[in-house]
Design a protein around this ligand. Structure first.
Ligand SMILES: [Zn+2]
Length: 245
């Protein structure tokens, strides 16, 4: 069986993943538009999550709110560029039905065409690659600029941080992150258990490392991935809302 058809069967079987639920029209509060020909849907919980990560609970002064708004815009644009990287690569490989979804845990660019292992690896790498490039361009343009506006200063700084951080984090060989997709496509379907075991070990390691460093939110995030990898190794359905690319 090929990587994507495997993904399809998982998708149909569990049926409750983020993409299926949101595209079923059962979810309210979705922002929908088209970008470069790709239908885009953004779930309201994406904004809540980004706001919480940006310290929305402690933002009270006008300056703090401007900084929070700068962070939220930067995170949105950077994650969008990441997903566009995947979507453009899929289109490059002949897929004419690609859509993009941003939800609580990040983004998902979904295609309809079967991908070879090599194409799957390139599609997975294209997201972090375009995002890293965007981070470098921003660093060159605005990296040393001193802005009067708290909003612009926060936007430029956050964009660089998110672009490098999100791209590098996504390259870890953990499923469902991009690095996990690359590792799974590289090892092939016959060594699926090996890629899942690598993913599980790395996810547990990252959860413990984040927990020690005080990053409880990130620790829970990796813990959920480890739990899903474990369930998949046991042949059990995974917890929904953890799809990614
Ligand atoms: Zn990605």
């Amino acid at each position: 069986m090929q990587p994507l058809s495997w993904k399809r069967s998982a998708f149909l079987e569990f049926g409750k993943d983020a993409g299926a639920l949101i595209h079923s029209g059962q979810v309210v509060g979705m922002l929908r538009f088209t970008l470069l020909g790709f239908p885009v849907a953004i779930h309201w919980f994406f904004w809540v999550n980004v706001a919480l990560l940006g310290g929305a609970i402690n933002a009270s002064s006008p300056r703090q709110i401007q900084m929070l708004a700068g962070w939220m815009l930067a995170a949105f644009v950077s994650v969008m560029i990441h997903e566009l990287g995947h979507a453009l690569a899929m289109r490059r490989f002949g897929d004419r039905r690609v859509d993009i979804l941003l939800y609580a845990f990040g983004g998902l660019a979904r295609g309809a065409r079967w991908l070879s292992r090599r194409e799957d690896m390139m599609v997975s790498a294209a997201g972090p690659a375009l995002q890293l490039l965007a981070g470098f361009v921003m660093e060159l343009l605005w990296g040393s600029t001193r802005f009067e506006s708290a909003f612009l200063a926060s936007f430029a700084k956050s964009f660089i941080h998110v672009s490098f951080g999100w791209a590098l984090l996504n390259l870890l060989p953990i499923l469902p992150l991009d690095g996990g997709h690359i590792s799974r496509a590289f090892l092939g379907q016959s060594r699926l258990r090996l890629s899942l075991t690598i993913s599980l070990v790395c996810a547990v390691g990252m959860a413990l490392y984040s927990f020690q460093g005080g990053g409880l939110f990130v620790a829970v995030f990796f813990g959920m991935m480890a739990f899903n990898n474990w369930r998949e190794l046991q042949g059990q359905p995974q917890v929904p809302w953890m799809e990614g690319r």
